[in-house]
Each structure stands twice: as structure tokens, then as C-alpha cells.
Ligand binder design. Structure first.
Ligand SMILES: [Fe+2]
Ligand SMILES: [Fe+2]
Length: 250
């Protein structure tokens, strides 16, 4: 065996011992190429989702129904762009050309849900209710991850996602309880629910297993999806809305 292979093996053992003890990894010297590849995959996906989320909300600064809501939307856009900036700065530390990456992400890596049109205020608040909550749950795993810099960044970002969730929740409840807007918000629910249900990804895959071994994720995709599903279903039904039956992705 070459010394490079032996070094990588020794590094892997040291790295795994640290991960298992719950200690955070802090420098590029202590991580293997495989850990780095898996970490980057997850961070790149999140970085693009933050920016894509911001862009989707931008037209709703102008289209929001009240001046207070225009400000609320502008604040959410500001949060999401700041989340994007924080994520790309983490990626830059790996020597990545982030401007090239931003262009590539848009073309190749963007989640399908961000290409769906947000046509009405009911659509917007339902997307906000479902998607920011999905992000909040996924980011909980990232906040506990073994890569120290990402974990610390996520603790703040996750708090802000829960504030976005509250905004969606207040509005969905309000529109559902108003006879004039109930049918519209029900239609928005039927449109978005199956689409957001897919953002968690396939369960029990090899890559999911690897993410968990490296403590880059704490739970399998389906576990996170089930937490989201149960929580959203209970809330939506309490507002008198009907949640579509969903195919479990196995
Ligand atoms: Fe965000
Ligand atoms: Fe958000």
C-alpha cells in the first residue's frame, strides 16, 4: 500500500473516533476525501435552496396585500439571502469557485419545487407554511452535524426558519377560517402538499446511510418527512382543511 492510502486510512480512523465521541471536526486536515465529498453535497444543496427560496419570495414584496406584509416578505427575502451568503462562505473555505457554483447549481442542482409557480397570496402562504417547515426540520439535523463550522452556522439559520414558519402558519389559519378564502387555500394545499412531501428525498439509500455514519445527517429522510407530515397534517386539519392522502415514498 502506498503511504497516501495508509495516511487516508489512519485519518479515517481518527476522524471516526472523533465523530463517535460527539466532538466536532474543525479543519480540512482532519477530514477524509470521502467525508468532504459527502459534506459538500449537502452544503451545496442547502446553499442553492436558500437563494432559490429568496428569489421565489421576491415578487411577493410587491404583491403582498398590506404594507406590513410587504415588509414581512422583504424581511424573509433578506433572511434567505443571508442564509445563502453564509452557506457560500462556508463553501468558499474549501477553495471552491462559488460564483461558478452558483450558476451551476441553478442549472443542475436546484430542487424541482422551486420551479413551481407561486400564483396567488394563498399559494405563497401555503408554500411558506409547508416548505419553510420542511427546511426547519431538515436543518435541525445540520445544526447537530459533525462539521463544526456548518453546525454553528445552522443554529442561527434554523431559528430564523421557525420564524418564517410562524408567518406561514398565521396566514394559512387566517385564510382557512375565512369562508371567502377557504376554497382557495384548500386548492393551494392540494397543489403544494405532494410537491413539498418529495423534498425529503428517498429513504434507506446508501448515501443516506453514509450521511448518518459521518453524522452529517442524524436521521434517515423518511423519519424527517414523517415528523413534518404529522405536524402539518394536525395543524391543517385543526384549521378545517383536508390534507391529501399521500403515497409513502419507499
Ligand atoms: Fe433559509
Ligand atoms: Fe425560510
Amino acid at each position: 500500500m502506498s503511504t497516501a492510502v495508509i495516511d487516508e486510512k489512519a485519518k479515517h480512523e481518527q476522524m471516526m473516533a472523533k465523530i463517535k465521541s460527539g466532538e466536532k471536526l474543525e479543519s480540512l486536515d482532519e477530514i477524509t476525501e470521502d467525508y468532504k465529498d459527502n459534506l459538500l453535497k449537502l452544503m451545496i444543496a442547502q446553499a442553492d435552496s436558500e437563494l432559490a427560496g429568496a428569489y421565489g419570495y421576491v415578487p411577493w414584496i410587491e404583491n403582498a396585500p398590506t404594507i406590513a406584509e410587504k415588509l414581512a416578505m422583504a424581511n424573509i427575502v433578506k433572511d434567505e439571502v443571508r442564509h445563502g451568503k453564509a452557506m457560500y462562505e462556508l463553501l468558499e473555505r474549501f477553495g471552491i469557485d462559488i460564483y461558478k457554483l452558483i450558476d451551476e447549481d441553478k442549472m443542475k442542482n436546484r430542487m424541482k419545487v422551486f420551479f413551481e409557480p407561486i400564483k396567488t397570496w394563498a399559494d405563497l402562504v401555503m408554500f411558506n407554511f409547508l416548505m419553510d417547515r420542511a427546511a426547519g426540520h431538515q436543518l435541525q439535523d445540520a445544526a447537530e452535524c459533525s462539521w463544526g463550522p456548518w453546525s454553528r452556522t445552522m443554529i442561527q439559520i434554523e431559528k430564523e426558519e421557525w420564524m418564517h414558519v410562524k408567518h406561514g402558519e398565521t396566514w394559512v389559519k387566517k385564510l382557512a377560517e375565512d369562508k371567502e378564502t377557504k376554497a382557495e387555500v384548500q386548492r393551494a394545499l392540494e397543489f403544494w402538499f405532494p410537491k413539498v412531501n418529495k423534498v425529503f428525498g428517498k429513504p434507506h439509500t446508501d448515501s443516506n446511510q453514509i450521511f448518518q455514519t459521518y453524522k452529517l445527517k442524524q436521521r434517515d429522510n423518511h423519519v424527517v418527512r414523517e415528523v413534518w407530515y404529522k405536524e402539518t397534517k394536525e395543524l391543517l386539519e385543526s384549521y378545517g382543511l383536508k390534507v391529501p392522502g399521500i403515497d409513502v415514498i419507499e
